[in-house]
Design a protein around this ligand. Structure first.
Ligand code: MLT
Length: 314
């Protein structure tokens, strides 16, 4: 009888709220992607979605929580490029990235911006580079911890300009942004989903974008790319994906993947994301096999880059 099946395998999944674990603080870019996606996903899954922020250790605490959660379809993880950088940065990661999760599909790609406190005198990147060189390790670079997107971008930035700054880790770039606006930290590399509104509001200064092409949104269009400013080949785009604990029943995985696919076809979601500089991935990348292969390749790619920049991976 139906009652004999474990809860999640029943045909009427979901029959209670689904928790989306965001491995960073509320108010940051990962949280923003999760809440924006949830607006569409709750309709396509016909479910109540609860966002749970589990910050710390560059996103690995939240990822660990989901890796160890019951594989019943009621706990999923929304995470970003940190899934691919953490294996190179954490010797005792509490989960195996490729074995302990079911891959539900990629979501979007988000470029980053090099931003500074509002009192930063530099009028352009050239002057900022001079200020950094004159202040070196006294410069406070904020990030969301080892394995975060802001850490990765800061690592690449430091190793490209060969200056080792003082990094100040937060549980997310939501709280980091508060301190940047307050001038407690000097600079940060953060995703446009978090910086666009602050730049438009004149709350922080923006100097460049980390994409290889300039961006289209009004707040960001006039920002040069780091590549055109001389940091040749600088290219960081932060991808996000959805994961369930290994062993979640196939019928549940199929419903989650179908719901995600449909949510990502929502024109309103596309509009909301594009206004923040983010791009929803092509339909074909919203499938388990493609998602897992992509992460496998990214682990290899960033492993090499992180080792090369080793002395900056504080
Ligand atoms: C990151 O740097 O990885 C993100 O900004 C973390 C966050 O979403 O707060």
């Amino acid at each position: 009888s139906l009652m004999a099946l474990p809860l999640a395998a029943r045909a009427d999944y979901p029959e209670k709220p689904i928790t989306i674990v965001v491995p960073f603080s509320a108010g940051g870019p990962t949280d923003k992607v999760a809440r924006d996606l949830a607006e569409s996903l709750r309709k396509t899954l016909n479910a109540t979605l609860v966002i749970e922020n589990v910050g710390g250790a560059g996103g690995t605490l939240g990822a660990t929580k989901v890796a160890k959660a019951a594989p019943d379809g009621y706990t999923v993880l929304l995470h970003h490029i940190g899934m691919a950088t953490s294996p190179a940065l954490y010797r005792n990661l509490q989960y195996k990235t490729l074995d302990d999760f079911e891959y539900l599909g990629l979501i979007n790609e988000v470029p980053m911006t090099l931003v500074a406190k509002p009192t930063m005198a530099a009028a352009n990147y050239g002057e900022l580079a001079k200020w950094i060189a004159a202040n070196k390790e006294k410069v406070n670079l904020a990030n969301a911890g080892l394995g975060s997107a802001s850490h990765l971008c800061g690592l690449l930035f430091q190793s490209t300009i060969k200056i080792d700054m003082t990094t100040v880790p937060y549980k997310g770039t939501g709280p980091a942004m508060t301190d940047l606006i307050g001038g407690q930290v000097d600079i940060m590399c953060d995703q446009t989903t978090n910086t666009s509104s602050q730049i438009e509001g004149g709350k922080i200064k923006a100097y460049a974008v980390t994409s290889t092409k300039r961006l289209g949104s009004p707040a960001l269009a006039k920002l040069p790319t780091l590549d055109e400013l001389g940091l040749k080949g600088f290219n960081v785009a932060i991808w996000h994906g959805l994961y369930a604990p290994k062993g979640t029943p196939k019928p549940v995985l199929d419903k989650l993947n179908a719901g995600l696919k449909k949510a990502l076809q929502d024109p309103d979601l596309h509009k909301r994301q594009e206004a923040l500089g983010a791009v929803i991935v092509q339909d074909g990348r919203v499938n388990p096999a493609e998602h897992k292969k992509f992460v496998t390749d990214e682990i290899a790619k960033w492993g090499v880059v992180i080792k090369a920049a080793g002395q900056y991976a504080d």
